[in-house]
Design a protein around this ligand. Structure first.
Ligand SMILES: Nc1ncnc2c1ncn2[C@@H]1O[C@H](COP(=O)(O)OP(=O)(O)OP(=O)(O)O)[C@@H](O)[C@H]1O
Length: 232
């Protein structure tokens, strides 16, 4: 039996209540992201990109369709089971790094591991490895305000990788960065996607970075106009 894709959305429809009616944010969307694949999600404002990311992150449940993470159909899971699956399988990177102001770069990474009951030693060595990969070994002891915007986003990426996720969901990672820093953040996401064999879906407006991605999924009015075919 072949290994399931880390992320599989099948015919997903998501509607939000809107006044007396509904807004269809996702309309029968199917998307697969394979291990080691970097998928760029592009499309105009309001086309459903954030909704797709939130649904893939299992933060919202779709009205119909399936969200399958690493072979598990999430529809059958209770909220608590969903939280566990998300924690173990999904890394989420928001536009703004959301770092805790009083923690150093290395502590930003280790704190969630402590909270999950992992040993401090294991968390420390994993954090050191990841800070090295994102180019921040020398800044491990710095607080967020002592880091540049690009460095803060690197900490954010390293933190999302701490739990060895199968799926990485990234929302506009370069929105607050200049061109040079944006290019290096996208290059880093390309690198870690390959190195850790994670399935990455990244919302971006920067179509110039598309050559670094494997697949471009374009959204319009809640539909994927360039659907990525699934093999299930
Ligand atoms: N919480 C909500 N309640 C009601 N409607 C919503 C909600 N969130 C999003 N929508 C609607 O769903 C549709 C898709 O929105 P979404 O935020 O997913 O688009 P987007 O492509 O991410 O846009 P942007 O690029 O501006 O962030 C839009 O019509 C939006 O108005």
């Amino acid at each position: 039996m072949s290994t399931p894709a880390p992320l599989n959305l099948l015919n997903v429809t998501l509607q939000y209540p809107d006044g007396g009616g509904t807004t269809t944010a996702l309309d029968r969307v199917s998307l697969t992201a394979e291990a080691g694949q970097l998928v760029a999600l592009v499309g105009p404002s309001g086309s459903g990109k954030s909704s797709l990311l939130a649904t893939a992150a299992t933060l919202v449940r779709p009205n119909t369709g399936q969200v399958v993470i690493d072979g598990t159909d999430t529809a059958g899971l209770k909220d608590k089971e969903l939280t566990t699956l998300r924690r173990e399988k999904v890394g989420i990177i928001f536009q703004q790094p959301n770092l805790l102001p009083s923690l150093t770069a290395v502590e930003q990474l280790t704190i969630s591991h402590h909270l999950r009951g992992k040993s401090a030693k294991a968390a420390g060595s994993r954090a050191a490895e990841l800070l090295d990969i994102v180019g921040l070994s020398a800044s491990a002891g710095k607080l967020p305000h002592q880091l540049s915007g690009g460095q803060r986003q690197r900490v954010n990426i390293a933190r999302a990788l701490m739990g060895s996720p199968k799926v990485l969901l990234v929302d506009e990672p370069t929105a607050a960065l200049d061109h040079e820093r944006s290019a290096s953040i996208i290059a880093l996401l390309r690198q870690v996607t390959t190195e850790f064999s994670v399935a990455t879906v990244m919302v971006t407006h920067d179509t110039e970075f598309v050559p670094l991605t494997d697949v471009v999924a374009t959204m319009r009015d809640g539909r994927l106009t360039t659907p990525v075919l699934t093999d299930v």
